[in-house]
Design a binder for this molecule. Sequence first.
Ligand SMILES: [Mg+2]
Length: 231
Amino acid sequence: MRPLDIIAFDADDTLWHNLIHFDAAQKRFGELLSSYMPAQQATATLVAAEGRNIKTYGFGVKSFTLSMIETAIAISEGAVEAATITQLIAMGRDMLDHEIELLPHVENTLKALHGDYKLLLITKGDLHHQERKVLASGLAPYFEGVDIVSDKTSHTYSQIVARHASAPARALMVGNSLKSDVLPMIRAGGYGVYVPFAIAWDFEHEEVPEGTERFYEVADLSGLLSVVESI
Ligand SMILES: [Mg+2]
């Protein structure tokens, strides 16, 4: 029997671009509000609000839009004009409608693994938006399961893997976040493959504990096949 039967993938910034859109919107927010506060400081205030609001609103563009509106009102001490709020809402809508840009080697890698392994997509964020992105990406046919979850913990991974009649010891998770994708799967007893993305998300920073077993790092998804073959 082969050692692995499930290969699971994170979506945002693992299969397709995502953070570049948040990064651009945060900078644009700073510029729009720069008459009330230096642009960089306004951006930093927004980022802090996003972090606080995750607990209440969860992840995703709609939560981000609410954080922009809340921060605009706060830093202008209530003076921000409706026209600016309208622009912030439009920025959020643009992010929701953005075309999907796949990251390098994604489709070929999925094609190569599909059929030999059960491929799953496990992502957190807004249900409606993530479903649209999966459909728009054209990658849905490669996946036997798509799970959109509110958080990614060891328990989340154990549950999903069990639902697919497997065990963490026979599962591998690939993603750009050590905190959400890689380390919780390893803690559950599975394998983790870290694919670092150029922009690290402020709220997801974590170090790899030394001597972590079943941990791999690849520069992009083209490195995944040799990892899978080596297990
Ligand atoms: Mg990600």
